[in-house]
Design a protein around this ligand. Structure first.
Ligand SMILES: NC(=O)c1ccc[n+]([C@@H]2O[C@H](COP(=O)([O-])OP(=O)(O)OC[C@H]3O[C@@H](n4cnc5c(N)ncnc54)[C@H](OP(=O)(O)O)[C@@H]3O)[C@@H](O)[C@H]2O)c1
Length: 267
């Protein structure tokens, strides 16, 4: 199954807040959920999924392996722990959350362990996140491009990451855009607001539709029912070629996520 074009993010959301966000999203029709070991909310996401009564085969659940669990003897046990918390036998997609800081665990080692997890049926697909072109090349050398479903990266109108996108696409690797809304920053942009007015849409819908029409998957998060509901409607919005070009011109290299000690040397 290809990585769904639209899903729900859960970064920063914990306890009852994440249970409510996931439950509401599932009720509204979301079927793909993105979590991570480091978000410390897998158990709550699992609870919301179980309470929804929606069949496992209708859902697409993604989680991410944290950097402390990359070693060969740790990766699969940590994934099994995630599965227990998420109350499922398998993930649809398991990502390497960040490259290993200072290359402590070689790319070849954690990609091989991740591929083994796939072969064991613990995850249907595998991929990476926050990988540069160089690191993607190393991951491809380790397991083959066919085994890398996606590279999940920060991508929004103010940081379009074109070099990484072009390389990934040349290898048949799908891009998942995280922080598509730049954590809300692009919603005040005059160009995006103008396009939204023309389409009688919201700036969030325009931004999400732009990313999806550019061929990327999106996983916006929200704690509010109204935003969850309206964001989903971005799937029905079609922007013109001119709209897409105008948003493409908003690039300004504005990176929001670059944690010290973890982030690689960006392209
Ligand atoms: N792989 C990685 O390293 C990585 C890093 C960061 C994020 N991610 C993933 O990507 C997901 C998305 O990123 P994100 O949650 O950081 O940022 P985001 O989706 O760009 O923005 C979320 C923010 O936008 C607001 N928002 C959502 N819909 C809105 C709307 N229609 N109108 C106005 N405001 C709206 C939300 O506030 P309200 O709650 O008030 O709606 C929230 O403050 C994360 O949840 C996570 O799953 C991955």
């Amino acid at each position: 199954m290809p990585v769904p074009a639209f899903g729900l993010g859960t970064f920063r959301l914990q306890g009852q807040v994440v249970i409510d966000s996931v439950s509401t999203a599932l009720e509204l029709g979301y079927r793909a959920i993105d979590t991570a070991q480091i978000y410390d909310n897998e158990a709550e996401v699992g609870q919301a999924i179980a309470d929804s009564g929606i069949g496992r085969d209708e859902l697409f659940v993604t989680s991410k392996i944290w950097v402390a669990n990359f070693a060969r003897d740790k990766l699969i046990p940590s994934l099994k722990d995630s599965l227990r918390k998420l109350r499922t036998d398998y993930l649809d997609l398991t990502l390497i959350h960040w490259p290993s800081p200072e290359n402590q665990v070689p790319v070849e080692e954690f990609m091989a362990a991740l591929l083994e997890a796939k072969e064991l049926g613990l995850t249907r697909q595998i991929g990476v996140s926050n990988f540069t072109i160089d690191l993607m090349g190393q991951a491809i050398a380790a397991v083959g491009a066919d085994n890398i479903a996606t590279n999940q990266i920060e991508l929004h109108p103010y940081l379009q990451n074109r070099k990484v996108v072009e390389f990934a696409q040349s290898q048949g690797i799908h891009i998942t855009s995280y922080m598509t809304l730049a954590y809300g920053a692009v919603l005040d942009d005059p160009v995006i607001q103008q396009i939204a007015e023309q389409h009688r849409a919201t700036p969030a819908q325009v931004t999400l539709a732009w990313a999806m029409q550019s061929g990327h998957a999106v996983i916006p998060s929200s704690t509010r029912r109204a935003n969850l509901e309206s964001n989903l409607k971005a799937c029905a919005l079609t922007l013109s070629e001119e709209d897409l070009q105008r948003i493409a011109s908003l690039e300004r290299g504005h990176r929001l996520t670059s944690p010290a000690g973890i982030a690689p040397a960006w392209d």
